[in-house]
Design a binder for this molecule. Structure first.
Ligand code: ADP
Ligand code: MG
Length: 515
């Protein structure tokens, strides 16, 4: 193969035949990836497709086993992120790498090789301010990182890369932590950077986003490149198919149903977080039968604590929880389960399943003490085997058999297993926390359908999710949580994305609690 020289090439980035293996998996399998100067290039793929790995190779964090990298037509070999930065490649990782107790300026200049006597805070401040204006990255250079919102911290990471002269900027799933408005601002910044000749590589698994921001998109599936295409030449449906490997249906039918009796009533709930600080500050709402109530919000605003409090896993400082009118404020998890509450937890490995137990054991975990699972003190294993086989079939769990250990399941199948167990008890209330997070499109579709089916059967569902599209699509009513308070409530069919975004950022818009 002849490689273009610097003069011929208009590719700022060329990665050719990159192979990167981890024990038991080929994360990048002969990947060729080209990105031009001045373009926003999306790297799209499902969880585990190899996106982060490929960009960690480009940013010098990983050394590939095979393949070559060219920057502006010149072959490079990176031994560390420092080498990559020297070649003009900067990366904003999914988890930021800032020091909370230092200021913005200190973080930006941290680790630079400039000799001490030349390191002037004044000069750094001026340069940061210039970058901030040039690219619309609003930031106070003297603020401490711990004082900043997640969106602001992201801006610091971007400034840090630009400060080091990044011509090629990689952002790994940058919108996951942003409100819709912050996302729009980030997109403006990225566009202005591209106009100034930067190459932006934007990692995402969200199709709408990629359609909105990218000039071109490279799709990865199971470590391999499916294709690189111009965004004008594809549709969302086409991209989804490339990503998943089969056609995908986006619309979920949700029949209109009148809500029934009140299932859950939360009044003035106050709960502390793990640090002993207020996590919920007077939360009140109601969930009825046949109703999905969505809780939207940027993560870390009290959602985890809310789910735990409702499931009896976190002490309640003040306020009341009622199930079917019955006071359950101080009830144990066992009592709450007995009242017909199902819980789809945030962490499906740690809370939702026991890795070293079999599928059937995981499936009966909640009700093996009662008939028909048990006859007296004994478990009826024949019943259990049939029960487990039925659920595995009904929920389409792909596994060798009912004796397979849960830890051997993929994320999607593990989530289906948890759903199968939780829904098999015919719950009256389902607390679902990020039920589709990290799942591929197929598994996501199946989980959403199950929740809609439960709503039809009469369950009340509290859907806590960071995915605003999911909340808007599935919910009947939407609550927005911010710093432990409900900022407002809106019926889903009249929900305004913009308004919800403002509430997610802490603005009270329509505070009309249901009574
Ligand atoms: N540090 C690592 N050690 C072992 N396996 C890894 C590591 N990083 C990623 N993998 C594996 O490589 C594959 C690709 O992962 P990743 O690049 O993170 O995908 P994506 O960013 O597209 O979600 C996955 O199967 C993942 O489990
Ligand atoms: Mg990733």
């Amino acid at each position: 193969m002849n490689t273009p020289t610097a003069q011929q090439s208009n590719n700022a980035v060329e990665m050719r035949d990159i192979v990167k293996r981890f024990p038991g998996v080929v994360a990048n399998d002969h990947v060729t990836f080209l990105a031009r100067r001045g373009e926003i290039h999306a790297l799209l793929g499902e969880n585990g497709a190899g996106k982060s790995t490929l960009m960690n190779v480009l940013s010098g964090l990983y050394t590939p086993e095979e393949g070559d990298i060219f920057i502006n037509g010149e072959k490079v070999v990176f031994h560390s992120p420092r080498d990559a930065i020297a070649a003009g490649v900067g990366m904003v990782h999914q988890h930021f790498r800032l020091v909370p107790t230092l200021t913005v300026i200190e973080n930006v200049i941290l680790g630079l090789d400039e000799p001490r006597f030349r390191l002037s805070l004044e000069k750094a401040r001026a340069k940061i301010q210039a970058l901030s204006e040039q690219y619309g990255l609003k930031i106070d250079p003297d603020a401490y990182i711990w004082q900043l919102s997640v969106g602001e911290q992201q801006r610091v990471e971007i400034i840090k890369a630009l400060y080091r002269g990044a011509q090629i900027l990689i952002l790994d799933e940058p919108t996951a932590v942003l409100t819709p408005q912050e996302t729009e601002e980030l997109f403006k910044t990225l566009r202005s950077m591209a106009e100034k000749g930067h190459t932006i590589i934007f990692i995402s698994h969200k199709l709408d986003e990629v359609m909105a921001i990218a000039d071109r998109v490279t799709v990865l599936r199971q470590g391999k490149v499916v294709a690189t295409v111009d965004i004008d030449e594809v549709t969302k449906e086409k991209l989804a198919e490339m990503m998943v490997g089969r056609p995908v249906i986006f619309r979920i039918e949700k029949p209109a149903i009148e809500p029934g009796e009140e299932v859950l009533r939360v009044e003035d709930l106050h709960v502390l977080n793990d640090k002993g600080l207020p996590a919920l500050k007077g939360v009140s709402f109601v969930v009825r039968a046949h109703e999905i109530v969505g809780v939207a919000g940027v993560s870390g605003n009290g959602q985890t604590e809310l789910a735990e409090a409702l499931y009896g896993l976190r002490p309640i400082e003040k306020g009341r929880i009622r199930l079917y009118g019955k006071d359950m404020t101080q009830a144990s998890t066992q009592d709450i389960i007995r009242q017909g509450v199902a819980h789809i937890p945030e962490d499906r490995h740690k809370e939702g399943s026991v890795g070293n137990m079999s599928l059937s054991e995981n499936l009966i975990m909640k009700n093996y003490r009662q008939p028909p699972m048990a006859r007296g003190p004994l478990i009826d294993w024949r019943y259990v085997r049939n029960f487990a086989r039925n659920l595995i079939q009904r929920f389409n769990i792909i596994a060798p058999g009912i004796q397979t250990k849960a830890r051997l399941l993929s994320g999607g199948n593990l989530q289906k297993l948890i759903l199968a167990r939780e829904l098999s008890s015919e719950p009256g209330l389902i607390i679902a926390m990020h039920p589709t997070q990290g799942l591929d499109v197929g598994a996501t579709e199946s989980v959403r359908k199950q929740l809609i089916a439960e709503r039809e059967k009469g369950a009340g569902i509290l859907l806590i999710s960071e995915d605003l599209d999911e909340v808007m699509q599935l919910s009947d009513r939407i609550l927005v949580i911010y710093e432990g308070e409900i900022m407002g409530e809106t019926p889903a069919d009249r929900a305004d994305r913009n308004e919800i975004g403002l509430m997610m950022a802490g603005e009270r818009v329509a505070n009309q609690h249901t009574s």
